[in-house]
Each structure stands twice: as structure tokens, then as C-alpha cells.
Design a protein around this ligand. Sequence first.
Ligand code: ARG
Length: 459
Amino acid sequence: KSNAMWGGRFAAGPDAIMEAINASIGYDKRLYGQDIAGSRAHAAMLAAQGIITDSDAQTIREGLLTVLSEIEGGSFEFSTALEDIHMNVEARLKEIIGEPAGRLHTARSRNDQVATDFKLWTRDQVDGAIAGLEALIRALMAQAEAGADWVMPGFTHLQTAQPVTWGHHMMAYVEMFGRDMSRFADARARMNENPLGSAALAGTGFPIDRFATSAALGFDRPTANSLDAVADRDFALEFLSCCSISAMHLSRFAEELVIWSSAQFRFVALSDRFSTGSSIMPQKKNPDAAELIRAKIGRIMGAMVALFTVMKGLPLAYSKDMQEDKEQVFDAADNFMLALAAMTGMVSDMTAQVDNLRAAAASGFSTATDLADWLVREAGLPFRDAHHVTGTLVAMAEKQGCDLPDLSLEDMQSVNAAITKGIYSVLTVENSVASRVSYGGTAPEQVRLQIARWKEILG
Ligand code: ARG
């Protein structure tokens, strides 16, 4: 049998393979809530404009609520032959209310319909991502507050560089996830224009009110070009870009947690709730959640690249290629939200191993820069000379198998006669971090300042 929606010019129905490649209902059923909300707004507007009768609009709007409750109650039968969520909903509406259902699609096309539904769905995900990032930021801030003055090694090249504070390290991620939040917020503001009423591509001759449907659906305004509106998937690409950048941040932090929880580092203990064991090695406690979070960037960024590749080279306006947008965004959104939630749980639960952090911070000549700075400040050496003297002292300590504070004053003075015992005060890790008071530096007082600033931002 030919198609109920466009059967007029068709003698034969589709091949089974055609149906299989054409149908999107298997995944776009997730848009049912947005589709029904969009249709209800459209019907109300059509009646307000005198395009359909009030009684038809009323019947349509109520019928759509019945469809909604059928879908949510699990009794709705989705049909592949009906291709997508839009036609599944409309066909069922027709079964329930009869003839008025056929008036719903006046002044509308699936092209503006799908763009609207998908945008509404993506907008909800943006809101979810912002809320999820805020929860993670709050968990990081709790860690930062507890450990504003716990000393740990700061690394460059994953080699001990200078001591930093635990709070400072946590707040570094607060900055990253804070930027991610604002990226999502920017994307939301840009995407919040209503495609509905662009119809197939050219707009419509019916006297519709696109501002009314925009208001009803929470859009800031209607889109300004109907060709653009049905062809645009920037909003999805921007969402995927935001997810990718944030997933990259999650991945970096996850990597640190994997390293930190290893027996070689012992910087943190992850909770049992966010770890797994081994089926063969009884002693094992593995950071699986962190590893999976580290991996999620693969599929999330993969989705972004996939959609970019689908969109490139598509002529205006709608092409069926664009149906391939949804699975990518669904998968990326699901996995991004899951990774965010897992990270938030892990961060809330983890315990810094404060003694190990301090011991690691004190090893590896981490206060060598402090020593060089002392030579500049107290002995008047040019920094380059101070750097050289300090390097000589590091080599000496390495040879003696000790750390910088363990060198005797005589040994130090044999390298540079201007050194006095005052130098020992800058060689402790506590003094080192306390001295880094430049704005944004690692000193506990600076870290507390930033925590206070973020509390104000989040309210
Ligand atoms: N299922 C389609 C999609 O996801 C809906 C739009 C179909 N439009 C069309 N002209 N065939 O893109």
C-alpha cells in the first residue's frame, strides 16, 4: 500500500530496504515531548489566527495530550512504516480524533517541525549540562575549601615543578568547568530562535504568527530566514563542540585521578562506590569510573566530527542527510551527562591522602625556584646567575642522595659565599606555597579568595 501522508502520487509502497534506511523512528521517538509541545503551540496559533476553528484546535490539542499519555504510559505502538516521530504522532492523532487531525499540518512542514523539535530537545540538554557542571563545580569547591592549604607537588611535563596547594589544583578545574558552563550558556542564547513557521523552506502564505509560537515554546524570537531555519544544524554542532571541550576537561581530570589513585602515587583514595575490583587479583581496586570518563571524549568528539562531516557540502535547504544528526547528538548528550555525574560523584567521595601529598611535594627539589628567588632577593644575584647556583646545589644534593633542605650551610656556601642560614626558611613547601601570593597564585589566601569569588558567582 502507498503512504498515507503522500500516497496521492504513488502507486507502490516502499521496498523493505527503503523503509529500513528511511526510518528514524527507532531513535527520534525521543523527541515525542517536543513534537507534541510544538504541535500544540502550532494548533493554538492557527486557531488564534483564524486559520482553523477554535473547536478543531481544541480537539487537536486534547488529542495530542492523549497521544502523549499513551507514549508515556507505554501503550503507544511506534510504526517504522510511519518513518519518524512526527508522522507517528499525527497518524495516531487521526485515529483518535479523526478529520481535524488533518488540519494540524497547515502552514507547516516536517522540515521546520523537526528543526523545532530537535532544537527544543538540545536546549533542554544544554540546561541539563549547565546544571550538571554546576554540581561538579560545587563538589570541586568543597574539596578546595577542605584542602586550601594542603601542599602537593605541581607538575610540568609530569615532573615535579613547584609545590602547589590541593585547593589550587581543584580550583583549576573549577575555572575550566566554569568556562564550559558559559560556553553552553552562549550556545543556548544563540540557538534560542524558533524555526517553526518556516514551513518546507520558503515560509507560508497563511497568516501565521511566528512570534506567538515562539513565546509559547520559550524561544526568544522566530528565526529570520526560512531557508536558513530548516537547513541550520549549527545549534547541534555547537552543542557537540561544547560537550567535546568539556569532555576533554573531564578526560584530563580523569587521567589525573587514575594516576593519583595508583600505588605509585597514592595522592587520593577513591571511594568503593566509584571503583571496581578484579575477578582474579583480590587486592585490586580499579578506577574504572575515571577511566571511562577519560574515554568518553572519544565518542563525544566522534559525534561532533560525524555531524560536521554530514553537514559539509549540503546545499540549501533541507536534505535527508540531516536526519543523521539526531543519533550523534543523543549519544553524545547521554554520555556527556553520564560522565559529568560520575565525575561529580567521584570528586565528592574521594579522599586526599594529605601526608602523601606533602611528602611528594617536598621531594624532587620542588623548592629550587624558591632558593633561586632567595638568592635574587637576599644576595642581589641576577636571576640567571641564581638559577645556575641553584642548579649546582641541586646536583650536589642529588649526589649526596638528599633534598635541598638537607644540604649543610658549609656545602651551600662552597657554591655561593653569599648564602646564609636564612635560606632554609624558603626551602619548606609550606613557605613556598605561602609565598605565591600573586593574583591567581597558589598561596592558600589566594585560593580562598577564588573560592569566595566562585561562591558569589554561583550564588
Ligand atoms: N525524519 C526527518 C528528519 O529527521 C524529518 C524531516 C523529514 N523531512 C522531509 N522533507 N523528508 O530529518
